[in-house]
Unconditional design. Structure first.
Length: 295
């Protein structure tokens, strides 16, 4: 079994990005600039945003973090998005989700200029992804593709079974792995909560991508020997008596499943760190006006 070390891979990519940024700036180019908007005080969102800002610093990006209280009006938030859209110094903008209930995430996402939508959530960018046109690939799917590529995992002709059909993970990953590229050329089965006899599909998987948000859901008896497992799940499971009071748990019961795998990602330290790196890569692509068709 080979452990897919997302943390180490992310550090390698960050070092590559840092060199790229240094060269751009040395040659008189513009320093990449990522802006992030955080609304409210949700603990997990604050942690994600802090990691993104820290990663920017590490690779030599400029970053701007805008904090709004949870009571901010939708209009005020939209005005800020428009202001950033019009700021030529900012290459990428992310608005950390989820947003408070009184704000329409759809409206906010659609207001971000598609050319600065480095999260790849704007409908125009999602549509372009489906049509294999140059666009931003949303961060988590892009991170997963990078892991498959960096570990040289064979995908052509493989049966990839995906658990979860969300707009930010399962659905775009199913599109990317169906493409006639590398990583890709898989035969893809996309499962969801209405899938009957889930094990029938998971047992066929050469590559299993779990993105359903149910801690330790995938067990050894659900997979075949030699499977490649990518665990996207991140759930805080209460752990009284520990320093934080919780553990971060994936969708795969790692200790049970790992002995049957050819490759497996851990949680934490698998897909998570790659998501941040993908965001940085997208921001650099935005600066260079060089969007992705093939990975
Ligand atoms: P989501 O929007 O909640 O979607 C969950 C999906 O799983 C839905 O399609 C749902 O089916 C399906 N599902 C739920 N129970 C199921 C079951 N018993 N069998 C089969 N399918 C089932 O989740 P998400 O936003 O994609 O996130 C999934 C997990 O990934 C979460 O733990 C999240 O925290 C994590 N995540 C991690 C990263 C990262 O950077 N590592 C990034 C994003 C998300 P229906 O459509 O039928 O409801």
């Amino acid at each position: 079994m080979i452990l897919i070390d997302g943390k180490q891979t992310a550090e390698i990519i960050k070092a590559e990005l840092a060199v790229e940024v240094e060269n751009i700036v040395k040659n008189g180019g513009k320093q990449p600039h990522l802006a992030a908007i955080l609304v409210g005080n949700d603990g997990a969102s604050e942690t994600y945003i802090a990691s993104k800002v820290k990663a920017c610093k590490k690779v030599g990006f400029k970053s701007t973090l805008i904090n709004f209280p949870a009571t901010v009006s939708e209009n005020e938030l939209l005005q800020k998005v428009i202001e950033i859209n019009n700021n030529a110094d900012i290459d990428g903008l992310i608005v950390q989700l989820p947003l408070p209930k009184h704000i329409s995430e759809k409206k906010v996402t659609e207001t971000i200029l598609p050319e600065k939508d480095v999260d790849g959530f704007h409908p125009l960018n999602v549509g372009k992804l489906a049509l294999n046109l140059p666009t931003f690939i949303s961060a988590t799917p892009y991170g997963i593709m990078q892991l498959l590529e960096r570990y040289k995992i064979e995908t052509a002709g493989k049966h990839c079974v995906i658990l979860g059909r969300s707009n930010i993970v399962g659905s775009p990953v199913s599109i990317l792995l169906s493409r006639n590229t590398y990583p890709g050329n898989c035969t893809v089965t996309l499962c969801h909560s209405r899938t009957k006899n889930l094990e029938y599909y998971t047992k066929q998987a050469d590559i299993l991508i779990a993105a359903l948000g149910k801690p330790d859901f995938v067990k050894a008896n659900m997979v075949k020997d030699g499977v490649v497992v990518i665990d996207v799940g991140i759930t805080r499971v209460s752990a009284p008596g520990t320093e934080k009071g919780y553990h971060i748990t994936g969708d795969v019961d790692f200790d049970d499943v790992a002995p049957k795998c050819s490759y497996i990602t851990p949680v934490p330290g698998g897909v998570g760190p790659m998501t941040i790196v993908a965001l940085l890569k997208n921001t650099l692509l935005s600066l260079n006006n060089n969007l992705i068709t093939n990975l």
